[in-house]
Design a binder for this molecule. Structure first.
Ligand SMILES: [Zn+2]
Length: 174
């Protein structure tokens, strides 16, 4: 096992890994399962609703999520693919565990379908029109090195300018 799951922590912007594109996971090994379990733990500790592998320094197409609505179970999404966005773009405030204190409006389609693989290797499909749909899109963005600041409009960019500068000055690890 190359990765020590217990040593993983949430990386902060402007860590360069956050801007890279992740690679598909070819095999669900015990290492992948251990990392996913650790990521769920980190997500809960940080009171987040989702966490993507690049945020813990791994360029793997994997994220974990639990939007906390309707007794939703913790889920692991491996090699996720989004499709069939529906509805006009909706604006909602988003934050990111890798960018503490950064908050801004992001426009996304409200309804979307996701195909992904679970830890048993089973492909599954879900559709959502609520917060979870937004979490999926936010986390899939991470797998392509895209952060909320890249989706911010000018207002949100300006509003967060000072906090971002602060983050850029301080370290890259929580
Ligand atoms: Zn994020």
């Amino acid at each position: 096992m190359n990765v020590q799951p217990q040593s993983l922590s949430i990386l902060r912007y402007p860590h360069p890994i956050l801007l890279k594109t992740s690679r598909p996971i070819e095999e669900i090994t015990p290492e992948v399962r251990a990392v996913a379990a650790r990521m769920l733990e980190l997500m809960r500790e940080a009171r987040g609703v989702g966490l993507a592998a690049p945020q813990v320094g791994l360029l793997w197409r994997l994220f974990v999520a639990n939007s906390g609505q309707d007794d939703e179970p913790d889920r692991v999404y491996i090699n996720p693919v989004l499709r069939q966005p529906e509805g006009g773009l909706e604006c909602r405030e988003e934050g990111c565990l890798s960018m503490p204190d950064v908050l801004g409006d992001v426009w996304r389609p409200p309804t979307i379908t996701i195909d992904a693989t679970d830890l048993e290797g089973q492909r599954f499909t879900l559709c959502n029109s609520d917060l979870l749909a937004r979490v999926w899109q936010h986390e899939c963005d991470h797998l392509d090195g895209r952060l909320i600041i890249h989706r911010f409009g000018q207002m949100a960019r300006l509003a967060n300018r000072r906090v971002l500068k602060e983050l850029e000055r301080s370290g890259t690890r929580l």
